[in-house]
Ligand binder design. Structure first.
Ligand code: ITT
Ligand code: NA
Length: 192
């Protein structure tokens, strides 16, 4: 089976490909020759994930999926959440986003946070969603050079160091994305 993955984030592709094995083949937007930045106009991960998969389904008619991910920090009332990609501003980098969270978390006793991924699959024109949550804490400073995004400041529950200190296979033992992808794979194996 072949699915188009409605993303422009190469790290997401790597992490999900590592889990899919041989049964399912994913084609990136780049490989499909589709050059668009899909808008994320909504205020929930669910709606933005839907926007990604439906936009690509409407363009290609192919089975496809997209995902939206957010870092939800308790002491920040769930921020950066759905705004994770542009928390420090539209043109800012991951390093800027990390700096903003670290600054807002200065002196905060409650460091609890979670990553949440919502995958939206469009299969034969119908939509299905799969959620993955990874609980953890925001570290006092950035740590490690692996991964991407907020990985240097997020320590998953059950580990003693950040996602950015982990090889991908180890991150996938804990991660939000891996949990949502597992549900996607289970669904595909049962229904595809
Ligand atoms: P799409 O093309 O799939 O939209 P994106 O990078 O814009 O890719 P999102 O809209 O889902 O992704 O934005 C989520 C942001 O949160 C993303 O830019 C990263 O900086 C961060 N992020 C997502 N997954 C992460 C992970 O597993 N670890 C650390 N940071 C992550
Ligand atoms: Na995006």
């Amino acid at each position: 089976h072949t699915l188009v993955f409605a993303t422009n984030n190469k790290n997401k592709v790597k992490e999900i490909r590592a889990m899919l094995g041989d049964a399912f083949n994913i084609i990136t937007l780049e490989e499909a020759g589709i050059d668009i930045d899909i808008p994320e106009p909504h205020h929930t991960l669910e709606e933005n994930a839907s926007e990604k998969s439906r936009t690509i389904f409407n363009m290609t008619g192919q089975d496809c999926f997209g995902e939206d991910t957010g870092l939800e920090v308790k002491a920040l009332n769930g921020a950066p959440g759905v705004f994770s990609a542009r928390y420090a501003g539209e043109q800012k980098s991951s390093a800027d986003n990390i700096q903003k969270v670290l600054q807002e978390m200065q002196g905060q006793a409650n460091r609890q946070a979670q990553f949440r991924t919502v995958i939206s699959l469009v299969w034969k024109g119908k939509e299905y969603q799969f959620e993955g949550v990874c609980p953890g804490t925001i570290l006092p400073e950035a740590q490690g050079g692996e991964g991407f995004g907020y990985d240097p400041i997020f320590q998953p529950a059950g580990a003693d160091r950040s996602f950015a200190t982990m090889a991908m296979a180890e991150k996938n033992q804990y991660s939000h994305r891996a949990k949502a992808t597992k549900k996607l794979i289970d669904w595909l194996q049962a229904n595809a």
